[in-house]
Design a protein around this ligand. Structure first.
Ligand SMILES: [Zn+2]
Length: 264
């Protein structure tokens, strides 16, 4: 009977988080900078000064709250990136075929607006696109979050929802994919007025950035739950890069979000 109970209980405790890529890439450093890339020409529909003001809340109310994760997302307001391609370029991997996205400074996540219709076809209802676009082996060196500047969808959100959307996109930037748990920030739909991470988000960020607790003098790690396929997380940098499917899921997220907003 005891065995049967355990058997029934286990599936409900399983994690549902996914990774943004098949190689389990993550930032190597404990501290990662999240900055707003300021546009010398103001965005058409996105207020980057407002985004800059929301950045600390987005990090501190979500990813910086996980005691079992070593990751510390540092916000330093905004910086003038001096590169027009952030807000006009196509989002793609470093060295990829499109070659349109600048590479952030090492250990940086740049958040900015973008009005390239290849990223946002037809002005789509996509709220934002995120891509760790500078990767070396299993290390993410830099990532870019592009808020859709082709329409006013992001600007029409409440302040709390903007914070949650920024935090969700940064979740992709640090290596997480979508979760099937509706309680998770990384759920594929945006749930209005979300203010906390879910259990699944905490498991995901702890998996990628476990705090090292040397309980027995042997370097034990907390939260090392394996979701990687065998042979695909062995540190050789192998595996097929699958960042674009996540970007496409972002489109789904935005579409669902729009529908949800209409219903409420
Ligand atoms: Zn997403």
């Amino acid at each position: 009977m005891k065995f049967l109970f355990s058997f029934l209980l286990l599936p409900t405790l399983a994690q549902a988080f996914t990774l943004n890529n098949s190689i389990g890439a993550r930032f190597k450093e404990k501290e990662v900078n999240v900055r707003v890339g300021m546009n010398p020409t103001p965005c058409d529909n996105v207020d980057l000064d407002e985004v800059s003001g929301l950045l600390s809340e987005a990090m501190d109310n979500f990813w910086n709250k996980v005691s079992t994760s070593r990751l510390e997302l540092k916000t330093s307001g905004s910086e003038n990136t001096g590169d027009d391609n952030y807000w006009t370029g196509e989002l793609c991997l470093s060295g990829g075929a499109c070659g349109g996205t600048p590479i952030p400074a090492p250990n940086d996540i740049i958040v900015t607006c973008n009005k390239n219709t290849t990223n946002f076809p037809g002005g789509s209802s996509l709220l934002a696109l995120t891509l760790p676009n500078d990767i070396s082996g299993k290390d993410i060196k830099g990532a870019v979050v592009l808020i859709n500047d082709t329409n006013g969808s992001f600007g029409a959100l409440s302040s709390k929802d903007k914070v949650a959307v920024i935090a969700h996109e940064v979740g992709h930037a640090i290596g997480l994919g979508h979760s099937e748990e509706s309680s998770a920030l990384m759920f594929y739909k945006v749930v209005p007025t979300r203010t906390n991470l879910g259990r699944d988000d905490r498991l995901g960020v702890t998996y990628l950035y476990p705090v090292q607790v040397d309980l027995f003098g042997a370097g034990c790690f907390l939260g090392t739950i394996s979701t990687l396929k065998s042979g695909d997380g062995d540190g050789d940098g192998g595996g097929t890069n699958t960042f674009w499917p996540t970007a496409l899921m972002g489109l789904l997220l935005a579409l669902v979000f729009k529908r949800t907003k209409k219903e409420t």
